[in-house]
Design a protein around this ligand. Sequence first.
Ligand SMILES: Cc1ncc(COP(=O)(O)O)c(C=O)c1O
Length: 854
Amino acid sequence: MEEYFAFPGRHAVHQIAGLLQEEDFETLFNLVGQIVGALMSESYRRKHVNLSAHLDPSVDEDADEEPDERMRRRPYFEVLIVDDLSQSQQRQQRQNLVDLRREEDGFTYEPVFVHSFEDALIAVLFNQAIQSVVIRFGFRLHSNHNMPVLQRYLNQAQHGDIDDLEPQDYGIVLADIIASVRPELDLFLVTDQAVEDIAGRVGAACRRVFYNREDFLELHTNILRGIDSRYETPFFNALKHYSKQPTGVFHAMPISRGKSIAKSHWIKDMGEFYGMNIFMAETSATSGGLDSLLEPHGPIKKAQELAARAFGSRQTFFATNGTSTCNKIVVQALVRPGDIVLVDRDCHKSHHYGLVLTGAEAIYLDSYPLHEYSMYGAVPLRDIKRNLLELRKAGKLDRVKMLLLTNCTFDGIVYNVERFMEECLAIKPDLVFLWDEAWFGFARFGPTYRTRTGMHAAETLRKKYRSAEYRKLYASKQKQLAKIDPDDVEAHLGKHLYPDPDKVRIRVYTTQSTHKTLTALRQGSMIHMHDQDFSSKVEESFHEAYMTHTSTSPNYQILASLDVGRRQVELEGFELVQKQVEQAMILRQRIRTHPLLSKHFKVLTVGDMIPASHRQSGIESYYDPERGWNEIWDAWAGDEFCLDATRVTLFVGGTGLDGDSFKNEILMDKFGIQVNKTSRNTVLFMTNIGTTRSSIAYLIEVLVKIANELEEQAEDMSGPERKVQERKVHSLTYDLPPLPDFSRFHNAFRPDPDGTTPEGDMRSAYFLAYGEGECEYLGLTDGTLDTAMNAGREVVSATFVIPYPPGFPILVPGQVISAEIIEFLRNLDVKEIHGYRPDLGLRVFTEEALNNRL
Ligand SMILES: Cc1ncc(COP(=O)(O)O)c(C=O)c1O
């Protein structure tokens, strides 16, 4: 692989091979020591490392450097140059570029040369330091290396046969493929053809097209400018600049510039803890170089535009109150009272509250249940289609406004976003999609993950429906479909449905808790939008909704962190996501192959979490001890649902402790390990871009300690104690309360109670409950609820009831309480159930209140 990296480089590796052959182990040891030292300390990123077989590897060349100096170092990156050059030509070209370096350059780089199309792809896939690619002409198609492993990666990236390409098209096609794998890279095309012709054909992928190969200065400045445009953080910079200006504070905010802290006798420790800069940057000013989030025209606007570029949206909006707020903004902006919204029942509570606010009629969609792990999966496409087709049959399609789904779910189930949108648009061509990607902000920066994000799928479908091939495909599919009665729901369910290219509108929104998966302060979130009808239909209402929910005092530190977080992902998101996946995979592998760990714990596999009917590729797991690593590309390309590998769900039922106790009593109290999601018999370990090898090692160490303790406990158990333990394990493994489906809305809250579709008006129920005489309490444990239900009364919830876990409403206002829901609530061994008072019971509507509405 060495030729795809600037350091240590091909020459050093050949030297090592030579020393090995000559059995000169002492020199070999020295050289390898220097290389390892430079890689570990990353000194090769700071200066040219002089590798010499005779240097002492233990000497740290940076030892005399001041810490400040280290901080000020210029960021380093690598530039890939695709050209068929000899070794000496490469050396000459490197020197030409090195000679152009200036003290004042913001960044420094080293070139990496490859000879062919295939080598270029391998380099951008594996060398995470590459930030810019210079594609020249006259390079070859195939690599000299015959490496089957790499070939699999190449096939994946190429999407087709490159052998049919004409040499003059190599550069353009290569640029397109690189842009699809790593869209953040700056691409420069150098051509010997008429630049004007080429420039018209390269599309948006290339930053610049140059004629001939000699103009190194222009290339050098363009390379640095490209990095600068990603490095730029307009709002963060504005805030830093502002904080240095001398100003007198005559507005609210005594904390601004730390004044109220510095003069205090009692809260000085706050200043010491946070450092003064944060207070220097605290202000309520929107002028003086700053900007207003509510009406951005300056650096916030620019920062949002850069975020739109990074996340592939048409427009991006920052939010400082988390995705909870983003969700409410989007729903309020797009949905009116009486519109129908299809929504997954186990979505975050902000959506349910959003629906109450807007007065939309909700159709709740059930996710497939995983009874054996007490968790839900995701909503099958077939169920969504069935609902839409039924609505069409009932003549209500014009009122259907939005489909709202969680991608990916807390547990890591990822939708086939493109396929879902395609088939829904075939039934309702202007359907709006809100994908709650609270947990999926990082996905844009992994090439495979990216394909399953709302923004990527929106772009892909938009291009697809514009093409002549699609029109042909649509016409032929329509011919087949014309034979089926449009009201025959069952017949349509079995078909892949295609939207009419003349009617379809791409209207996609995603909301993202940037703070959950990327670098941002808590509550830092973004709304991404790709809506063809935004300016004609939504802009005004979006503005109003944004005003409704956004504080007039948004936190500037959160906004600055979103700006910097965006810079990070544009420059190192690819690397961080790759490393994150790697850490999660290592964790899986270690648990599965360690005899003691695999005896007491089980990492849930793709097969455990996604039923075979939704997993067309047939993939069972990412790793298994017999076969090793499995390829995931087919699964991610086609399966209805995939599993996000960065989340590792551990079955802990075998320990005799439920998930919540395992989390609190063992992981947290004994070992200081934090996790935030459990089910009755599982805990979820979520990796993130900050997860280090050491933290994975610590987790493994802790699990081994726990497993050892379990072994010891088992040895010391008396006969009766063993029986108790076996009973606990049995209960956690087999006695699991079945997960209830959404029952239905009571007729009093169904605008069309005689209709065939189930939409319900939650807002009426929510506000009806404000009247005290309209509600009463029925006890879960004192028999009052059972008596009422046994007497045939339809008992209807007046509130949201949300147990943690699972963390979504098991009852919503206006919902009929079913026997399954009661059983589930009784069997829950969680302490926290919002909306339920154990001393009083469930808050329900009186029969009279319901009758008055019927
Ligand atoms: C799916 C989903 N959406 C939205 C949210 C709310 O996000 P935030 O905490 O950024 O308000 C959460 C929080 O856990 C969530 O799980």
